[in-house]
Every structure is written in structure tokens, then in C-alpha cells.
Design a protein around this ligand. Structure first.
Ligand code: BDP
Length: 721
């Protein structure tokens, strides 16, 4: 008897813990039990009679998702019916499949779904109302189902409202910087989730959860390998491995891309050259590509980093980027594949401001790229800095299809120890006015607009995913993956909406949690900019691992040093990119060049990005530049402490596992913010020789000590640096 009682106590304790513990693995697809009786009954009704118009692997993926969701949210299995009329409550299918049951009005309503869009809402047929989820293609139905589940979880479901949604961008892609040995360049969440060694024989169930998470956001493409590419990925053995992933991802609407090393013809093809105009090289790539399609018939294409940071490329043979890209594009074209060529090109051998180099390379090649080429451009001209003005290429070419590359992994934004919600930063870039090709153009509109009907549009994000149980190292890294997916689908969305949705999906709808977590998230980016690189400072982090501050970094290749970027001297600080300096500003539209050339007109957040100014330059609030810099650093630290305090006040309102995970990381973030402030201010003071303003907390510590810190084992370091 006693034994039985103990056992039942044990079982209930472990059940309690298994219910309350949350390691974050389920991401935003946690499907917690529905508490609200009305919502529960509405969802239950729908799950009581699901009718699919036809069968295909995507519908099977939908059924798997509904099985899971219904089980977790309602504690019951859904009922699938074969009878369309008598028992069904919800209909799912493509517009074609439903054509016999749609009235003309309904057909009209549902006609503008684009390739991947969906419609969901009430549908009247023969005197009865059904709920329907309709896509142009099965994947549209899948997206509609995820949207329905999202609305149930966030309690926004309304069965009488009709919703139509379709993505504004065609290719919504994750770029993994994963190496074949499972290390991840700039990865802070463990190792690569691609277990190349055990593939193709062993299929990690995590691959499916990865596909589900992406599909739930509308992400429809993934490049599996590092842009600093290894040619081995193009060998037959690896194609067989990649095929397994492509087969798993297909029902979720996700296409696989791989990175192509430009010198592969030499490394794995036995050729002496990789010259893109050499007939044997052309033949090599054609045969490789054909072979790839024999394994993966819907292979997405190649992503290429060439002639940048030591990667091989067409320049070695006196050819330009268009000649390199077009040769690969020709190999892909017969299969409908895409060639994504990165604009992240710069060289220390070129005597030009790094900021200008991509435009100098690509502007003269405008209109020279084949139709299946997309030039993938980072959001800013330097390199994923905490804040960058938008890349001038976005306004500078009219006849080249440009795609956006964001970095989801927080290489320069606190890596996996800091909570920095990146949506506000991406939103700022996407909403920036380019004034070209027309007065109303924004970065978002440039990306969303195909230059003609055959061109595809693209948004890519460098993944922050790894083998950590919660996928992203920091729980809030998940919010960045989420936000990226949402913005790739609709670049016009605002960060607040995205944050609210993610918080509800992640923590439920406790209003106190919602308000406080939202505040933390929405203020986190500005806080990080303040304690890392305020007022347009940039590229002053530690060398090679990029972890923590390193404004003193000098020596070696100039454009990899901090001095090159901040140019602090006894007179002042900042990079003069106006006409008296490198004139990078002239690469923007005249409206921008004109306004930003004046240090009193330019938004202060970009001040030192474009201007070298005296320490006593007057800021808008009346402070001197030196005082302003000091105040920004100090206020960044204070904001970080505020975030920590706000989070602490949520104890008991968030499950202990996730609460303590974030609590500990926020404590690290505060220490790192202080480290940034102290070391940057002490360093800049050693140059300006000015006293710190009285109103700030005085930086403490010894500059020499900060300089001596080294992190040889910091994660994510690029192996060759
Ligand atoms: C930089 C990273 C480096 C990448 C490079 C790239 O430090 O590891 O290889 O970008 O985007 O941000 O190619």
C-alpha cells in the first residue's frame, strides 16, 4: 500500500516536472493545452472532421502536424473523414481540387494566392458552412494550417473571418554556415545539425522538426553548407547524403541548396584550372549539376562566395563576377535552378574603402547577369555590424536582381550569451528609403520587386541553429529565427507584431509576461548598439572570434583592424566617407548623399560611420561628441541592467527551466555590457585625453588588462583565422 502510494507520488512528481519543465526544444510549436472553453470547443469541432481533397506527401505532413497539435492542445486525436459532405467540418485542398465546390464569387476571392499563398475561412456549400484552407499548391495549404494553429495558440482565431495571405518574396532561405566536420562558422549553439558522417543511413528525427519549424514560418529554401565552401560537398557521396535531407524537406515545401567552391574543378575534377570560360570547366560544372539533379530533381541551386576573404573566384583568371556567375547559372538553367552569388566581396589589395568595394564591382556589371542569377547583398556594406546604414547597392543597380542577406546568428551582437532581438534592426534596414529606382523605393520594395517576370526574389538569413537542445543556444535566439521567417514572408511587418506573436507562442498569454518580455525585446537592440558601437562606430570587436570589445585591434591586414574603422586620434574620431574622405556616401542616391554629408543633418546613429569629427563637436542634445559617446556607452549598460531587472520580476510567471536559463544569460549580458563600456571608454580616453563626464558611472578597470584578454576557444571562430 505504502509502496503504491509512494509510486503514485513519484509518478505525479515526475509528471509534474515533465509538464512544467520546458527546455525550449519545441520552439514556437509548443501546442500547450487550450484553456479557453470556447476556443477549445471551436478547435475541437474542426478537428472532428477533416477532409482532404486528394492525397500527397504535403497533406501527410499536415496530418502529422494536426495529430501532434490536436493531441497536445485537446488531448485527443483528430478525426479524418473520407466523406466530404456528411461528416466533414474542415476542408483542405488546392484551388483546383476544390474547383467543383467553389462558387464563382469564391473562386474570385481565392484567385490571388500567388505561388505559395493560402486562403482560410468559412465556405458555404449546399446550405451548410464548412471551414476551408485552400492553397494554390499543397504547400499553400500547409502554410494555411500553420497559420490556423498559430491563431489558436495566440487566441486570435475567429471562424467567421476570411484570411488571405501570400508571401511577398519568392525564395525565403536559411543559409547555414555549417562545415562538413559539423563545426559551424559563427555558430554559437553547438555543432551542425547535419550529421554528414551518419547520413545517408541514419536519419535524425530532428531533421523533421527543423523542417516543421521552417515551414511554419514559410521558409522554403535552405543552403546546407558554409559559404567558405568545401568542394567535397559536390562529390557523389555527399550528394547521396544531401538527397536524404532534400527528400525529407520536400513535403514541407523546402528546397535544398549547396555552396559551390569555385575551384572545385581543380579540387575534385582533376582539372588544372577553374577558369569559367574554359570548355573543360564548363563541362565539369554541367556534369556535376546534372548529377546533382539526378539525385535531387528539385535541387534549388548553388550559393557562391567568390573572390572574398581568400575564397577562389573568377578574378584569378582575369574574369569578372558576371562571367563566373553566368557559367554556373547556365549549368543550372536547364533544371530550373538558381545561382545565388554573394556581393560580399572586398580585398585588402584594392586601395579603396571596403565600404565601396561591392558597388565598384557590381555596378559596372548591371544587366550582365543571367535571369537565374540573384546577387545576395548583406544588409550593410561592411559586415553585419550592430547597426549599419543600408547597403548602397540596393539603390544603385536597376537591372540586377538583388536579394537580401541578414545574419540571424549574432556574430557581432552578443553571440549566444546576449538577448538581442534583431527584428528592429532588420525593420530599420528594410524600411530605409533608397530613393532609387523611384522616390518611394525602400530596401524592402527593391527586394520584393522582380526585375522582370522570370526573376525570382530572395531574402536569406545566416542561420543561428545548432545541436543545442533549444536549437539556438540562447532561448531568445529562437525569436530571431522566428522574426527572420516572418520578415522574409512579409518584409513590411513591424517588429512589435512579430515580438508579440512570438512571446505568446513561447510563453503563453499572461499579460504581465507579454508586456515585460516585449519591452525587453524591443529595447534590446538599441541597448546593444549603445554599449557596443554607438553613434555609428563599427567593427571594433575582438579579433577573429569577434567576441567582446577590441577597439585597440591593429596590425596585419588593415581592413580587419579596428583602427581602420574608428580612426580615433587626438583631434577626433570617425571614418570620413564624405567627399573629403573616401566618398562612399556618393554611392547612395543624391538625396541621401546630400543630407548625410552634413554632420548636423545625418541621423546621429550614423554620425561616425560617415564623418570624422572633433571630440568637441556639438551633438543635437548639446553634449560634445566625447560626452555623447560616454553617455551612450553608459546608458547601454543601464538598459542591460534594466532588462535583467525586468526579467527577474517575472520569476514564478515563467517555468523555472527557461526562467533560470535566461536569468543567467542576462547576468552575463550585463557583465559583457560593462566590459564593452569600460574597455571602449578607457581606450578612447587614452586617445582623447578627456575626462569622463560626471553624470555617467565612471568606467572601472585597467585598459591593459582588457587588452590582454584572449579567447582562443570562443565558439564559431573561422578555422583559418
Ligand atoms: C563575416 C564572418 C566570416 C564569414 C563572412 C562571410 O566573420 O566568418 O565567412 O562574414 O559572410 O561576417 O562570408
Amino acid at each position: 500500500m505504502l509502496k503504491a502510494t509512494l509510486l503514485s507520488i513519484f509518478i505525479s512528481i515526475s509528471l509534474f516536472f515533465s509538464v512544467s519543465a520546458n527546455d525550449g526544444y519545441n520552439l514556437w510549436l509548443d501546442y500547450r493545452p487550450i484553456q479557453n472553453p470556447e476556443l477549445k470547443s471551436q478547435f475541437k469541432t474542426l478537428m472532428d472532421g477533416i477532409y482532404f481533397f486528394g492525397e500527397n506527401p504535403t497533406y501527410q505532413a499536415i496530418k502529422n502536424e494536426l495529430d501532434l497539435a490536436s493531441d497536445k492542445m485537446l488531448n485527443q486525436a483528430p478525426v479524418y473523414t473520407n466523406e466530404r459532405l456528411s461528416n466533414s467540418k474542415i476542408w483542405m485542398g488546392t484551388r483546383d481540387q476544390l474547383s467543383q465546390v467553389l462558387s464563382l464569387t469564391q473562386q474570385g476571392e481565392i484567385s490571388n494566392l500567388g505561388q505559395d499563398g493560402y486562403w482560410r475561412g468559412p465556405l458555404d456549400f449546399e446550405g451548410k458552412t464548412y471551414y476551408a484552407i485552400i492553397g494554390n499548391k499543397p504547400v499553400g495549404v500547409l502554410y494555411g494550417v500553420y497559420n490556423l494553429l498559430n491563431s489558436i495558440q495566440t487566441k486570435t482565431f475567429n471562424k467567421s473571418i476570411k484570411i488571405t495571405d501570400s508571401p511577398k518574396v519568392k525564395v525565403r532561405m536559411l543559409n547555414h554556415w555549417d562545415n562538413l566536420d559539423r563545426t559551424v562558422e559563427r555558430g554559437y549553439a553547438g555543432f551542425s545539425i547535419w550529421d554528414w558522417h551518419k547520413l545517408p543511413g541514419y536519419v535524425d528525427p530532428r531533421y523533421i522538426d527543423y523542417a516543421r519549424a521552417n515551414a511554419s514560418l514559410g521558409i522554403n529554401a535552405v543552403s546546407l553548407t558554409n559559404v567558405n565552401a568545401n568542394a567535397l560537398i559536390l562529390t557523389t557521396d555527399f550528394m547521396k547524403k544531401a538527397k536524404v535531407l532534400a527528400d525529407l524537406f520536400r513535403p514541407y515545401g523546402i528546397k535544398v541548396f549547396l555552396t559551390a567552391r569555385f575551384s572545385a574543378p581543380i579540387q575534385i575534377g582533376g582539372l588544372k584550372t577553374a577558369d569559367p570560360l574554359d570548355p573543360d570547366v564548363i563541362k565539369f560544372w554541367k556534369e556535376k549539376t546534372d548529377e546533382m539533379y539526378s539525385y535531387i530533381p528539385d535541387f534549388g541551386g548553388f550559393l557562391v562566395k567568390a573572390n572574398s576573404e581568400g575564397q577562389p573566384g573568377p578574378h584569378e583568371y582575369g574574369r569578372n563576377h558576371a562571367e563566373g556567375a553566368n557559367m554556373l547559372a547556365d549549368a543550372l538553367a536547364p533544371h530550373g535552378g538558381l545561382l545565388i552569388w554573394r556581393a560580399f566581396v572586398y580585398s585588402h589589395e584594392v586601395d579603396e574603402d571596403r565600404h565601396k568595394q561591392a558597388n565598384l564591382e557590381f555596378e559596372p556589371l548591371d544587366s550582365k547577369f543571367k535571369e537565374n542569377v540573384i546577387i545576395q547583398v548583406k544588409n550593410g556594406a561592411i559586415d553585419f555590424q550592430p547597426r549599419e546604414p543600408f547597403h548602397p547597392l540596393f539603390g544603385a543597380v536597376n537591372n540586377t536582381q538583388l536579394g537580401m542577406e541578414f545574419q540571424i546568428t549574432q556574430e557581432y551582437l552578443g553571440q549566444a550569451t546576449q538577448l538581442v532581438f534583431l527584428a528592429p534592426m532588420w525593420e530599420e534596414v528594410l524600411k530605409s528609403k533608397t530613393y532609387q529606382p523611384n522616390q518611394n523605393a525602400t530596401v524592402a520594395s527593391v527586394i520584393e520587386t522582380p526585375i522582370n517576370k522570370n526573376h525570382k526574389t530572395l531574402i536569406a538569413g545566416v542561420s543561428n541553429i545548432g545541436t543545442d537542445r533549444n536549437w539556438t543556444g540562447h532561448l531568445f535566439g529562437q525569436a530571431n529565427w522566428y522574426a527572420f521567417g516572418k520578415l522574409a514572408w512579409n518584409p513590411e511587418l513591424d517588429s512589435k507584431t512579430i515580438a508579440e506573436e512570438w512571446i505568446k507562442l513561447t510563453f503563453g498569454d499572461n499579460p504581465d509576461v507579454l508586456t515585460k518580455v516585449e519591452k525587453i525585446m524591443l529595447e534590446s537592440h538599441e541597448a546593444a548598439v549603445d554599449y557596443m558601437t554607438p553613434l555609428g562606430l563599427h567593427h571594433i570587436m575582438g579579433r577573429s572570434h569577434h567576441y567582446g570589445p577590441g577597439p585597440w585591434v591593429t596590425g596585419g591586414r588593415a581592413d580587419w583592424t579596428s583602427l581602420y574603422y574608428h580612426r580615433a586620434d587626438s583631434l577626433g574620431i570617425g571614418f570620413d566617407r564624405t567627399s573629403t574622405g573616401s566618398n562612399a556616401l556618393a554611392q547612395y542616391a543624391p538625396e541621401i548623399t546630400h543630407n548625410w554629408s552634413d554632420p548636423n543633418e545625418i541621423p546621429e546613429k550614423f554620425l561616425l560611420w560617415f564623418h570624422h569629427l572633433p571630440w568637441d563637436f556639438k551633438l543635437k542634445n548639446g553634449m560634445t561628441l566625447w560626452e555623447g559617446i560616454a553617455n551612450h556607452y553608459d546608458s547601454g549598460v543601464k538598459k542591460a541592467r534594466e532588462m535583467e531587472k525586468t526579467w527577474a520580476s517575472l520569476e514564478g510567471e515563467i517555468d523555472p527551466e527557461r526562467f533560470h536559463h535566461v536569468e543567467q544569460l542576462l547576468a552575463i549580458q550585463v557583465e559583457e555590457a560593462e566590459w564593452w563600456r569600460n574597455s571602449c571608454l578607457l581606450y578612447f580616453q587614452s586617445i582623447s585625453h578627456l575626462p569622463f563626464p560626471n553624470n555617467i558611472e565612471q568606467p572601472v578597470g585597467d585598459l591593459e588588462y582588457y587588452k590582454s584578454l584572449s579567447f582562443p576557444n570562443a565558439p564559431g571562430i573561422r578555422p583559418s583565422w
